[in-house]
Write a protein of this length. Structure first.
Length: 925
């Protein structure tokens, strides 16, 4: 009720028969009939009346308590009385009680409001001296008196329609509202033509109409067209003089202002509490409406247990709302009459919040049921497509002799206890609620994660059973039966007409085939472990391009199973199939296998064998005591062995990975061929490595052969050259030096580079081939023999203890093979010993008596001294004559007559190494 000024209250009549001068109890929001303050004649003389003509209408889209109350201009206090059942409404106010029955129901309300006149009592009439019946103040039956009335009429045209799931509710609402808005531009009482488009016509034709009004109609409208006709005639229905108008609003004057004996007892209730009470009733109505929708869903229609839970919730909410109305209806007058405090209404609301009817619990329960219903509805639709229908008469089906096996997709959770419903039942019982808190969200109904997973999994299994071509004959149905330990659903199997059900358990998915061994034309696989539900296990295989699988029975007690007669270089698909009851099958993941041709496998083995053989030959060379004498040579053998090992290990890794990939059909046979071809084109090919090691063996044989001869001649293979040169007793050191043992090896360098690049590329690309060349070629071998001879000659001819003869190794590219190095007088600087060139044979210039003059030969730079040697032919010992290199001739004197002489030149080099010219015969002189 709205306060007017300080004392007067304005309120809506809601179809109640108000008259001027009537008494009213604001505590109960009720008229007080049969008691009056003034006589009838006195009242009629004191009424002042004037016209109040006004008409308007609006469209209401909401069906909430607040929106409806606002449309009829109902204040909060009066709304609270309506909710508590204190007021019985009539006329247009009955619209307040008409609520939607479903959320699938679309509602639009056209509200017509018209006022006609305003009547009031004069102030003189209200004077205390004019009151005729003072006894009305004594019984405390009323709190106010009606002092003014606004007349007119309200009409509510309520348009409803069911909206299907594929329709856009917003679009339809917009079309209808647009049509209603056109009424604003039309004069009432005239012919109405709304000029609707096709969409608007289609939209309004689907609506039914319910009329609530303060008018007397010959018949109530049921369609939009009917409503339109009545809407146009509404002004006429009030009568020519508007005599059929009814009270719409009244003004109430407090009795305590008329007589001092009347106590002021009317107390207002706070807006916050009014809103809270309104919210409670809105929540309960929403829950009832949603339950009504759920009861019409296929899930509830198919399963009585689910329907029963929804029905129980709806009935519980209805009972609780009725109980709450009674409590509120009893409490409000006492609070307004100041007999009880407003805090008791707070207590009532707190009791509600602690009850099993609080908004959060109801909302969560309904939401879970909607989810559950949606899931089950979708599932039923899918199962129907598969050919399984919902059946309730299980016994009748089991008696059918044509049904050998019955398979039931069974929902297991419908008939279980619902904690919230049980708590509500206890709360509503005559004994009252138990001393327990309201159920928390974790107690709510609905499908758990496990239940949802079971429902989804069992649907797949059920579908597979129906579609299985190998299964035994069976009838498939959908049913409900409680199974406490199986949330959501299960599949029940009734065999041979028995009414004893077995929970169908499919075999577990077998592990993917694991390869134990691949042979040329066969494949050995590990047998996977199976569960108790597996009655049979089969190995399935086919050529990749084929459609049909071949089957091989697997003995589950064995560790392996063998596939034979497989074609080489062919891709196969292989899997295990576990078979359970009704021949239900479940396959493992498929693996892809390619059996590689034996020739290719032999080729890979040949590569590894050649690498291993080369490593073995290197190892033997390294173990050879001869190779240990020269570290450079030994190091090359070590490097070759290391490179071969690295390459072989990498090749093994690559070849195994590639073979596995080919066998798993991830790569093709061509990749293996490319790898082998790349190897054959690499520096690690067998022919290159074999040639290299053979050359090294030859080089070692030559070097050790020379070394042996030198050692036999007394040369030492000592490495401590610095120590020897530091010895003051040693004047000269002559070394037979192998000059090519430390020479960089082209193939080794290329192998090392190949490996570095290979690690970066991680594939086998063709690399330029290095050629195995030996330094022991051409004239090198001949030179080494010459150096050997020279060295031995020096050792033989030069017997000084101050000269040491050694064998060593040092890189000297100018002299491939070998050279002779000379260290003189302890110097660390070596000279390459070069023997003097062979002089030309002596040339006679002149014979004079007992002397002969010879031409001096030219000599090379390394010739230290030149001698002329001669002897009688029969003698062995040669005589010598020193010759100066600057001389042009040399003369032999005192020769015996008639005697033959042999004559030659001798070039003397370092360490007195001599080279003779050819000898000539000097005839008789």
């Amino acid at each position: 009720m709205d306060a007017v000024g300080v004392n007067v209250i304005e309120t809506a009549t809601l179809g109640r028969p108000f008259q001027l001068g009537m008494l009213y109890d604001c505590r109960k929001d009720a008229l007080v009939p049969g008691i009056t303050l003034w006589g009838e004649e006195q009242l009629q003389q004191s009424i002042r009346s004037h016209a109040k003509m006004n008409t308007n209408f609006n469209v209401i889209a909401s069906d909430s308590i607040e929106e409806k109350s606002n449309s009829l201009n109902i204040d909060g206090s009066l709304k609270l009385s309506l909710l508590s059942g204190l007021i019985n409404v009539s006329g247009a106010a009955k619209y307040l009680s008409d609520t939607k029955k479903s959320f699938k129901q679309q509602r639009l309300t056209l509200h017509y409001h018209s006022t006609t006149k305003f009547e009031e009592l004069t102030m003189n009439h209200l004077a205390s001296g004019n009151i005729a019946h003072y006894e009305a103040f004594d019984n405390d039956a009323a709190t106010h008196v009606v002092t003014a009335v606004l007349y007119g009429a309200n009409a509510c045209f309520v348009f409803d329609r069911e909206v299907s799931s594929d329709e856009d509710k917003t679009t339809i609402e917009g079309e209808v509202k647009a049509t209603f808005d056109k009424l604003k531009g039309i004069s009432l009482g005239a012919e109405i033509d709304l000029n609707m488009n096709d969409n608007q016509k289609t939209a309004v034709q689907k609506f039914s109409c319910t009329f609530y009004g303060d008018f007397q109609l010959p018949s109530n409208p049921t369609s939009f067209e009917d409503a339109l006709k009545i809407f146009a005639d509404l002004p006429k229905l009030l009568g020519e003089k508007k005599e059929l108008s009814v009270p719409l609003r009244v003004w109430l004057y407090p009795l305590d202002k008329l007589h001092t004996s009347v106590a002021k007892v009317q107390k207002d209730i706070s807006t916050g509490l009014i809103k809270a009470v309104e919210s409670v009733f809105e929540s309960l109505s929403t829950t009832e409406m949603k339950c009504g929708d759920l009861q019409k869903e296929p899930t509830a229609l198919a399963f009585a247990a689910f329907y029963g839970q929804i029905m129980q919730m709806r009935e519980n909410c209805c009972s609780y709302k009725f109980s709450l109305m009674k409590k509120l209806g009893s409490l409000l007058p006492e609070i307004r009459g100041d007999q009880k405090k407003e805090t008791e209404l707070n207590d009532l609301l707190r009791d509600h919040i602690e009850s099993p009817f609080r908004h959060q619990d109801l909302e969560q329960w309904v939401k879970e049921k909607e989810k559950e219903s949606g899931i089950i509805k979708t599932l039923i639709r899918q199962l129907n497509v598969y050919g399984a229908k919902v059946e309730v008469n299980l016994d009748e089906i089991l008696m059918d002799l044509e049904v050998e096996h019955l398979v039931s997709y069974t929902f297991t959770s419908f008939e279980g206890p619902d904690v919230l419903l049980s708590t509500q039942k206890d709360y509503l019982s005559p004994k009252g609620p138990k001393k327990e808190s309201a159920p928390s969200a974790k107690w709510m109904t609905g499908l758990s994660s496990d239940a949802k997973m079971n429902i989804r999994t069992n649907k797949t299994i059920f579908k597979n059973l129906i579609n299985s071509k190998q299964r035994k004959p069976a009838k498939f149905i959908v049913a409900s039966k409680e199974k406490k330990n199986i949330p959501g659903s299960c599949i029940l199997l009734y065999e041979n007409g028995s009414d004893e059900d077995i929970v169908f358990t499919p075999p577990l998915k077998p592990a993917s085939p694991v390869i134990e061994q691949i042979k040329c034309h066969s494949l050995v696989l590990q047998v996977p472990k199976t569960c108790q539900a597996t009655e049979d296990l089969r190995l399935m295989y086919k050529i990749k391009e084929d459609k049909d699988w071949k089957s091989l029975h697997v003995q589950q007690s064995k560790d392996t199973v063998t596939l034979t007669d497989l074609s080489p270089d062919t891709q196969y698909d292989v899997k295990y199939t576990a078979i359970g009851k009704l021949n239900y099958t479940i396959d493992s993941d498929v693996i892809h296998i390619t059996v590689i041709d034996k020739k290719l496998l032999s080729a890979t083995e040949s590569v590894l064998e050649s690498l291993t053989l080369n490593e073995k030959r290197c190892s033997e060379l390294m173990d050879d005591s001869r190779s240990k004498i020269f570290s450079a040579f030994n190091r090359k053998i070590q490097d070759m062995m290391k490179h071969c090992q690295t390459y072989r290990q990498d090749f093994i890794t690559r070849i195994q990975s590639l073979i596995n990939s080919i066998q798993a059909c991830e790569k093709g046979i061509c990749d293996l061929k490319d790898l082998l071809q790349a190897h054959e084109e690499s520096n690690f090919k067998a022919i290159s490595l074999t040639e290299w090691i053979t050359i090294k063996e030859k080089e070692l044989n030559v070097v050790t052969g020379i070394l042996q001869q030198l050692q036999d001649s007394g040369a030492e293979d000592r490495n401590n050259l610095d120590e020897i040169l530091s010895d003051i007793n040693v004047e000269n050191v002559l070394c037979y030096t192998f000059t090519s043992l430390e020479k960089p090896d082209e193939l080794l360098s290329d192998l090392e580079n190949d490996l570095k690049h290979q690690m970066i590329r991680r594939d086998f690309e063709k690399m330029p081939n290095a050629v195995s060349r030996t330094w022991l070629q051409g004239t090198v071998r001949k030179k080494m023999r010459e150096h050997l001879q020279i060295f031995k000659d020096i050792m033989t001819s030069h017997g000084s203890r101050s000269t040491k003869f050694l064998v060593s190794s040092k890189d000297h590219r100018i002299h491939p093979g070998s050279c002779i190095l000379l260290y003189e007088n302890g110097s660390h600087e070596a000279l390459c010993f070069t023997p003097p060139s062979k002089p030309v044979c002596p040339i006679i210039i002149q014979v004079r008596g007992h002397s002969v003059v010879f031409k001096m030969p030219s000599s090379c730079p390394v010739t230290v001294e030149l001698k002329l040697l001669y002897k009688m032919k029969e003698e062995r010992e040669w005589k010598s004559q020193h010759v100066h290199k600057s001389q042009e001739t040399v003369t032999l004197e005192d020769l015996s007559p008639d005697t033959q002489y042999e004559v030659k030149y001798t070039a003397v080099g370092k360490l007195n190494y001599t080279t003779d010219s050819d000898a000539i015969i000097v005839e008789e002189v």
